[in-house]
Design a protein around this ligand. Structure first.
Ligand SMILES: [Fe+2]
Length: 238
């Protein structure tokens, strides 16, 4: 089993091991082949990225591309064009509380895990992965089709920094709000992990015990000098 250690660097928080728990709803792909308008949209995104008229932040934060987000070809294009460690993955209009997610990845020998590819995804503020997309069923559409997603490449210090919103918890569920991560190192090793929030309304004693058993990190949410919420964590890959 791939393992990693998470260390939240904010005061008053301890670290735990982390692995990828299997707790998402069933993954359901889009129902059919790309509709013509989606196909054109994805083609346009690829053209814009290839010609460097925008980076993936420019595409992911552009509301014109939202209907393309669940489609596999769009996601693959975003992945192929992921270059930077700083990514904005939501549109300015996206409902929810803005949040900056900073994570530093460290190899087992203590060196920075530079050049690692990180896939990050989570629900919207209502706790859904994509309920309003006509091409994605309201139940499911999670890890491979979540509308709110991004790819980032760790910088020489092993850091990524993502601008997003705070996810909501699944409707009619006790599962805490969470962010999913999958990390592929430059050496080709792959790790999965999950972040919960220390002030989450569902993070009670029972949830904390579950997190400890499943090596899920529970991370404090802080507020910076500009009043913006952020989390700051370190992940040790071993
Ligand atoms: Fe999830």
């Amino acid at each position: 089993m791939n393992r990693m250690m998470w260390i939240c660097t904010l005061p008053g928080f301890c670290w735990v091991d982390a692995t990828l728990p299997a707790q998402d709803p069933e993954s359901v792909p889009p129902r059919s082949s790309e509709p013509r308008e989606v196909e054109a949209l994805i083609d346009r995104a690829e053209q814009v990225l290839t010609s460097k008229l925008a980076d993936i932040s420019g595409i992911l934060s552009d509301p014109n591309y939202l209907s393309a987000h669940p489609w596999p070809r769009f996601r693959e294009i975003i992945k192929q064009h992921a270059r930077g460690s700083r990514v904005t993955m939501v549109t300015p209009q996206k409902a929810g509380e803005r949040m900056r997610v900073r994570i530093r990845f460290v190899e087992a020998d203590g060196s920075a895990s530079a050049g690692a590819l990180v896939y990050l995804y989570h629900t919207n503020a209502r706790g859904d992965y994509g309920p309003n997309d006509a091409n994605v069923p309201p139940v499911g559409s999670d890890n491979n089709y979540a509308r709110l997603f991004c790819y980032a490449v760790t910088d020489p210090a092993g850091v990524i920094e993502i601008q997003t919103i705070r996810p909501g918890g699944y409707p009619q569920s006790n599962t805490p709000e969470h962010i999913h991560l999958r990390i592929t190192t430059r050496g080709g090793k792959s790790y999965g992990a999950e972040i919960w929030f220390d002030d989450g309304p569902r993070v009670d004693r029972k949830a904390r015990e579950e997190a400890a058993r499943n090596r899920i990190v529970i991370c404090p949410v802080a507020v910076d000098a500009h009043g913006h919420r952020f989390i700051d964590a370190m992940i040790r890959l071993d």
